[in-house]
Design a protein around this ligand. Sequence first.
Ligand code: FAD
Length: 318
Amino acid sequence: VPVNPLRPAILAVAGSERVKRTLTTSPATAAMVQRFVPGEARPDLIAAARTLLMSGRAVSVDYLGENTTDRAQADAAVAEYLALINDLAALPTTEVPAGAAPLEVSVKLSALGQALGADGPAIATENLRTVCTKAAEAGVWVTVDAEDHTTTAATLAVTGQVRPDFPWLGTVIQAYLYRSEDDCRDLADAGARVRLCKGAYREPETVAYQRRVDVDRAYLRCLRVLMRGAGRPLVASHDPVVLAAAADLATITGRRPGRLEYQMLYGIRTDEQLHLADRGDFVRVYLPYGHQWYGYLMRRLAERPANLAFFLRALAGR
Ligand code: FAD
């Protein structure tokens, strides 16, 4: 059984401007977009972050943008991240376990210029360093998102290069890639913060598991490696099976909340986020904002038929 039979079709329209326009012109679908993305502007984001922090959850804020094709766009993304870090650092936060930080930003290297020709990786690395330097001053952490498989090796190389100067720099591993168990082993040995997710892109079977059951098994294998390793696992999933496995492994390996994070997306399983936080676990919510929300939204719809049904009902005005 594939993850979701409609997933390839939805991901195929993920680049369509026409579909994006349709979504924003209907109030019903605009409200639905807001379920996953609290707003396009920074003040909207800051208001949502404040609410999450006051509820005892940590945040990782993503300024939406990917596939940047010119230098000016990459520079603008860096400028927005610097302003964002400033605004986040001014927010009141609640107490967190030792060794954890309540504030984090998530960045995509493609938004920082990774695809700008031969110099792209160097530009993105430099931009990442600029963001990390500002973040370090403000007491904010940074995690580099994982994008499609053509960027995996380059992204791991960049984070590996920058991490010695910023030990809290997080890396994302997508369990659906065949290579990921080995990558988890390397990162666990290096003591890195690793966000483990299932993976959200449409990937060929030459590089990635296609069946849900295989992706789920791969996730649990990677999770065991990370939980037994020296680093800090960031369990990014809404899956009850994954959450239960992480809790069991935390007991077996003696990991306390400061050395393990649960991470979920804004608007998804909010009750479960609050339940985990109430029982004393460290929960971080991935909070996206910005006008480039379309690709992000399409990945959310592709993940879950129920999200899609919700979307189609909103589109039909019911
Ligand atoms: P799924 O396999 O989608 O769902 C499993 C089960 O979880 C469902 O059967 C259901 O019981 C429960 N569930 C899921 N959604 C809901 C819901 N809406 N309501 C109720 N129950 C639900 N992907 C990347 O490729 N790169 C990244 O950098 C990246 N970063 C991420 C960061 C975070 C914090 C998170 C949470 C995800 C990230 N992802 C990223 C997305 C990830 O790869 C998955 O596509 C996404 O999380 C869906 O997988 P899942 O593990 O939540 O479970």
